[in-house]
Design a protein around this ligand. Sequence first.
Ligand code: FAD
Length: 404
Amino acid sequence: MATATKDTQQTKALPAPNSDFYQLAETLNAEELALVKKVRAFMEAKVAPIITKYWADDAFPFELIPAFRELNIGGLGLQGYGCKGGSQKLFGFVMMELARIDPSFSTFFGVHDGLAMGSIYLDGSEEQKQKWLPQMARLEKIGCFGLTEPLVGSGAAGGLMTTAKREGDTWILNGEKRWIGNAPWCDLSIIWARDLADNQVKGFIVENKTTPGFSVEKIEHKIALKVVQNGHITLKDCRVPEANRLQGGNSFRDTARVLRMTRFMVGWMATGCQMGAYENAVVYAQQRQQFGKPIGSFQLIQDLLAKMLGNITASQCMLLRLADLDDAGKLTDQHAALSKGFTTARTRETVAWARELFGGNGIVADYNVARFFADSEALYSYEGTFQMQNLIVGKAVTGFSAFV
Ligand SMILES: Cc1cc2nc3c(=O)[nH]c(=O)nc-3n(C[C@H](O)[C@H](O)[C@H](O)COP(=O)(O)OP(=O)(O)OC[C@H]3O[C@@H](n4cnc5c(N)ncnc54)[C@H](O)[C@@H]3O)c2cc1C
């Protein structure tokens, strides 16, 4: 009898990892679900097999761009101008799928689609949208977003040091931008600079490869999001036509409108990062044997997995509700901030538990958990640190600003 029970256990098919525990994909319509599945298939077939090597080498997989282009998701979440369109919920699910395999890959796309295209979409004139968005939606021109500076990070709203000076129909930009994702190789930079005349922040479309005075150096030796190429940009008497100044971007408030949308998207990416780490952890727990049994049969390992799944499910439910608010035009800065801060903090916990579950193998990139573990650190800090998000929420709920 005892032998039969043991045999039954050994031959029983084990459950496949499922990080959509509350079946939230069911809230998508058939067309949306088909797209999410297409993205998942692409990520699993094309990106997963090669991405760890690129991550270890600090390199971007340019070879994937033609196939990625064929997914036809450029301009997701943006309407018209050759963009893919779709709801914010669909955009979120796609970002989560990208990050489930590789948070760097989702960041590359998030910077292009959310930050760069989003800036033109929200702050550009009709003419500027017609000119730039279709080619960016086709991924013929890739963009980046230059806000952070070497000496101005969290305090960007308080005063950028990069300056813009108007001379007739030309603007002259001077300054430095740091950490700019995609910058070392992309085509267009959205550069935010302080207008010397009125002290207000304005946005400029700078064509990286052809504008004299624009130079960029790749930031080396990162330990997170290593596939993303981040640049340190120097602008030295960089001349940009008035036609390339974002016509609707007249103060930092207009920059913040872009960040509201993209911070919420970082929440989805962070959730995808948790899902990738968790799913790999489940498989490892089912296979790895200690004391003659799979480690997944130990109570303390199951405790880790249940805590991970709780974090993931809480993050997903929060974002899903927020997507509905966003689609209804009700997303506020504090909504976006709470979701970014909360989900990235949960992500740090989840990936640390996943790494722990792998024991020593958890620190070797080949085991597919160390990458998520390291990448979560960048998600936690970029697009506004955890502290900045909580200060935005804190100001909204108390009525007091505690930034300075
Ligand atoms: C991988 C990566 C990619 C990035 N990509 C881009 C990009 O594409 N474009 C772009 O413009 N930027 C980008 N960034 C920059 C990113 O947004 C900044 O790193 C971030 O906003 C924090 O700024 P900082 O690094 O200068 O930190 P700092 O502002 O120097 O902060 C240091 C610490 O002090 C804390 N702190 C600061 N002020 C306060 C306060 N008032 N109260 C309490 N605590 C405070 C912060 O929370 C943080 O813990 C990227 C960064 C990384 C790491």
